[in-house]
Ligand binder design. Structure first.
Ligand code: SF4
Length: 224
């Protein structure tokens, strides 16, 4: 199964199914932003990463334009990642409190981080066909992580799309509401925990803070 995830990772990196998103990633990589003008951007789909025996999966919507799309790793090299890793480190899920580039020595303890969509969409608004194209990779990530017990979704869009994904495969009788810290047992026995997104907007407006996010990850660890 570990080999399958490695094969999947290579398949994702080479994927060109969504022409609009591939073009957009390349455009960002050529234009760059001022502070990274001398860097070579990754500019391709960004696969998930982490402990291949993970019990906790953490899901965002898509790689950031100058974060994952630049560095090649989800929640790496952007402000959302900076905050997320402070929280993961304080909950003892990561060995570092930072995530700057793929050679920074970051390791996750029983956790795997990915995005519903592996390519950055313009204005953070994916088309439903793009979400549907990428759902197969998400499906394979979930089925290959054999020890998976908990899924933490970061933000309402990741939460909604995770449920949408489950609805395709299972009958979900009740309406699941997005609320930070709210837990649901999914039809396959995994626990879904909704979390606010660790975006600078949510942090600066104090919708989320380090303690809230740390407590949520500790709650996730108590389930495994
Ligand atoms: S979003 Fe997913 S399916 Fe679409 S090109 Fe990127 S990796 Fe492929």
């Amino acid at each position: 199964m570990i080999d399958s995830l490695k094969i999947l990772k290579n398949k994702i990196i080479k994927c060109t199914k969504c022409t609009r998103l591939i073009k957009f990633s390349k455009k960002i990589s050529l234009e760059k932003r001022k502070q990274n003008i001398n860097e070579k951007y990754w500019g391709k789909p960004v696969p998930g990463f982490g402990d291949l025996n993970a019990k906790i999966m953490i899901i965002g919507l898509a790689p950031a334009a100058h974060g994952g799309t630049r560095t090649g790793r989800a929640f790496t090299g952007d402000k959302s990642g900076d905050f997320l890793f402070k929280c993961l480190h304080s909950a003892k899920i990561s060995n570092h409190s930072f995530s700057t580039n793929i050679n920074d020595g970051l390791k996750l303890n029983s956790a795997y981080i990915t995005n519903i969509l592996k390519c950055v969409p313009p204005e953070d608004k994916p088309l439903s066909i793009e979400l549907s194209n990428c759902a197969d990779y998400f499906d394979k990530e979930i089925s290959n992580l054999k020890n998976l017990k908990v899924i933490v979704t970061l933000g309402k869009v990741a939460f909604d799309n995770c449920i949408k994904f489950y609805k395709k495969n299972y009958l979900i009788p009740t309406k699941l509401i997005f609320k930070h810290g709210k837990k649901y047992v999914l039809p396959d026995g995994k626990t879904l925990i909704a979390s606010y997104h660790p975006s600078p907007r949510n942090v600066n407006t104090k919708i989320i803070n380090l303690k809230m996010m740390k407590d949520l990850f500790i709650k996730a660890k108590q389930i495994i």
